[in-house]
Design a protein around this ligand. Structure first.
Ligand code: NDP
Ligand code: 2IT
Length: 448
């Protein structure tokens, strides 16, 4: 049996009931087959792949907090410190009721390669909790965040592990966590990114993932003889990534006609009103029904079981920006049938493997999340740099660095795909380019 297949079987056997982690590992290992086969003897002897798929450290902890009725609630807390070969662990904290260890491991594993692709010195990690911030008062969110950090603060630090936002964790949560970290440790340091601008945050971090997604998409289209201007774009999600992806798409001359949340989706043929969307989602923390109620041109559709409405709309470019496995084979077929020619993942692993293969086979340009959404973590690394030098850069400075990083990422994966005989396969290109740097660093550092 080939080394790749052996290691994949081992991952399934050793990590039962973690389907998302298996899926992420499978996609990466499949892409690496040609690289691994060329170095099989050395990698096998060093157990390089076994070490790559095994987190350096996994923290699981209890998070007790008191709700507004005086009732004690208990959540599970997670931090997976996956790989520190190229820098301190770096990756977000997801707060969502679906969070479990397998989901955090899939995200942490993806983060290793994504962070490597940014070209910046950051290792891979991820964390979170099954806490649901929806419907909670500010005081309840603060109580949860303080309890979460009271345990996690022992294991993180500006030079060891630097968490950030992800689903359910935005500026409010990062603020409460930062305050509690500072109180417990007495340190005013860049231990978290996505901070507010008055206490060490970076300009353009809020916008970075969505903007970066469009910078990369623009470059991918350009290199394939196409232009984003004038195109119709379907976006899923209506959170941090989706909002700023929509904003930048419109700045680049495209028309964004959809957004969604976990209960429904909006079709707005006149183009999404981003200011209204921000008001509904960022300020009121309300449902998309409020967007539709305030906008004549918008149709609201309730999400029925198993349906992912936005992908049935005619579009040129699709940007899934909500969550994992939200774009399946049926959706891919609908996109292709409607003439969609490019998909770039704003979310982490939003496209199933079958859907990815179908899109690629049908000539759709497909850029995986670990490259397309790397602008968020890249700008987090720029926030770390600013914190280290105790300076703040202008919006334009950060934004232009972000753009440079995204253009560079696209060319790195394009080149890697060509070099290994898979021109145009950006999934393989991203996995190979991300892996090679980490593998070289791991090898240089010996058996650790
Ligand atoms: P937010 O919490 O700001 O928004 C998430 C959006 O996705 C919401 O509209 C939410 O709807 C929807 N959503 C979440 N879970 C589900 C679900 N299970 N089913 C359907 N819809 C869902 O998160 P972000 O925008 O930050 O994150 C979106 C994706 O982008 C995630 O995959 C994340 O890992 C990834 N990402 C985020 C980065 C960042 O910097 N924030 C960086 C790189 C990747 P509702 O409000 O109804 O829950
Ligand atoms: O998935 C991701 O890259 C993020 N949620 C952002 C991580 C970060 O450290 O900014």
């Amino acid at each position: 049996m080939s080394y790749v297949d052996e290691v994949f079987d081992l991952v399934v056997a050793k990590n039962p009931a973690q389907p998302e982690f298996h899926q992420a590992v499978k996609e990466v290992l499949e892409s690496l087959r040609v690289v691994i086969e060329a170095n099989e003897e050395q990698y096998r002897k060093d157990a390089l792949l076994e070490r790559l798929v095994t987190p350096e450290r996994q923290l699981l902890f209890r998070v007790p907090w008191v709700d507004d009725k005086g009732q004690v609630q208990v959540n599970n807390g997670f931090r997976v410190q996956f790989n520190s070969a190229i820098g301190p662990y770096k990756g977000g904290l997801r707060l969502h009721p679906s969070v479990n260890l397998g989901i955090i491991k899939f995200l942490g594993f993806e983060q290793i390669f994504k962070n490597s692709l940014t070209g910046l010195p950051i290792g891979g990690g991820k964390g979170g909790s099954d806490f649901d911030p929806k419907g909670k008062s500010d005081r309840e969110v603060m109580a949860f965040c303080q309890s979460f950090i009271t345990e996690l603060h022992k294991y993180i630090g500006a030079d060891t592990d630097v968490p950030a936002g992800d689903i359910g964790t935005g500026g409010r949560e990062i603020g409460y966590m930062y305050g509690q970290y500072k109180r417990l440790t007495g340190l005013y340091e860049g231990v978290l990114t996505g901070k507010g601008l008055t206490y060490g945050g970076s300009l353009a971090r809020t916008e970075a993932t969505g903007y970066g997604l469009l910078y990369l998409t623009e470059e991918m289209l350009k290199c394939n003889g196409k232009d984003i201007a004038g195109k119709t774009v379907a976006i899923s999600g209506s959170g941090n990534v989706a909002i700023y992806a929509a904003q930048k798409a419109q700045q680049l001359g495209a028309k964004v006609v959809t957004v969604s949340d976990s209960t429904g989706w909006v079709y707005d043929p006149e183009g999404i009103d981003v200011e209204l969307l921000k008001e509904v989602k960022e300020v009121k923390r309300a449902r998309l029904t409020e967007y539709a109620a305030a906008r004549k041109s918008a149709e609201y559709h309730e999400k029925k079981n198993g349906e992912h409405g936005v992908w049935t709309v005619k579009c040129d470019v699709a940007l899934p920006c909500a969550t994992q496995n939200e774009l399946d084979l049926e959706d891919a077929k609908a996109l292709v049938a409607n003439g969609c020619f490019a998909v770039a993942e704003g979310a982490n692993m939003p496209t199933t493997m079958e859907a990815t293969e179908y899109l690629q086979k049908n000539g759709v340009l497909f850029c995986p999340g670990k490259a397309a959404n790397a602008g968020g973590v890249a700008t987090s690394a720029l926030e770390m740099s600013q914190n280290s030098e105790r300076l703040s850069w202008t919006f334009e400075e950060v934004d232009s660095k972000l753009k440079g990083i995204m253009v560079n990422i696209f060319h790195n994966l394009d080149d890697a795909a060509k070099k290994y005989g898979m021109a145009g396969n950006y999934v393989a290109g991203a996995n190979i380019a991300g892996f090679l740097k980490v593998a070289e660093a791991m090898t240089a550092q010996g058996i650790v």
